[in-house]
Design a protein around this ligand. Structure first.
Ligand code: ZN
Length: 219
């Protein structure tokens, strides 16, 4: 059961097809794990479709919103977008579709890059401008350094769970952090915690040692 769903605007942008690929991948993967968010996206798609019909050729009529809302109540044929994340899984074991199509490996056999004693990562979409898209693997019971963000960090839990200053996150949950949040995520004891993390600016370490490390390393 997913307890932390993505912010509304992220799902709206996804439904409108206006999310950049790293975030679209994260949201699509979340949708494959969360029926409630899938329903929400379908509602936005229905509204979007009806609004578009109404916009052409003349300006939107007064009752456009009412008709859009009425259309949501109607059982609708599945759109191409919804079909993408409802497809039967042809994917590596334990990797949620559609992330699987980006990996061609299960989590166990992925070529993880070791970043510290307890943290590994795997870069996705390395050439994508303006974003860092990574799988993070944190050993059960271990934590990441204290840090904050210059931009926004959106994290989807895929396996295991973690806690930070903002809450407790399990598989399918989405955590959003930005410059307002200084956090120190710690994986629960048990299986390694594996997350998909998308950031649109480098993170900034904030502990006493971290402040010095910032001068030398880019995580
Ligand atoms: Zn963070």
């Amino acid at each position: 059961m997913v307890r932390h769903r993505p912010p509304e605007e992220l799902l709206m942008d996804y439904a409108a097809g206006s999310l950049e690929e790293p975030l679209a991948l994260l949201v699509a993967t979340h949708l494959s794990l969360c029926p409630q968010s899938r329903d929400e996206v379908k509602r936005y798609e229905a509204v979007g479709g009806v609004m578009l019909e109404d916009l052409a050729p003349e300006a939107m009529s007064d009752d456009a919103l009412e008709r859009a809302l009425a259309a949501i109540e109607r059982p609708d044929e599945t759109s191409a977008l919804s079909a993408a994340y409802c497809e039967p899984a042809k994917r590596p074991f334990n990797v949620p579709s559609p992330l699987g199509t980006y990996l061609n490996s299960d989590f166990q056999n992925l070529k993880w890059r070791r970043r510290s004693r307890n943290i590994w990562d795997y870069e996705l979409l390395p050439e994508y401008p303006g974003f860092s898209t990574k799988l993070l693997r944190i050993r059960g019971g271990a934590g990441t350094p204290h840090h904050t963000h210059d931009g926004r960090e959106v994290t989807l839990v895929l396996q295991g769970s973690f806690s930070d200053e903002t809450g407790h996150y399990g598989a399918g949950d989405v955590a959003v952090a930005d410059g307002e949040i200084d956090h120190h995520p710690i994986a629960d004891v048990g299986p390694d915690c594996i997350c998909l993390a998308v950031t649109d600016a480098p993170l900034r370490l904030t502990g006493p040692v971290g402040r010095v490390l910032n001068l030398f390393v880019k995580m």
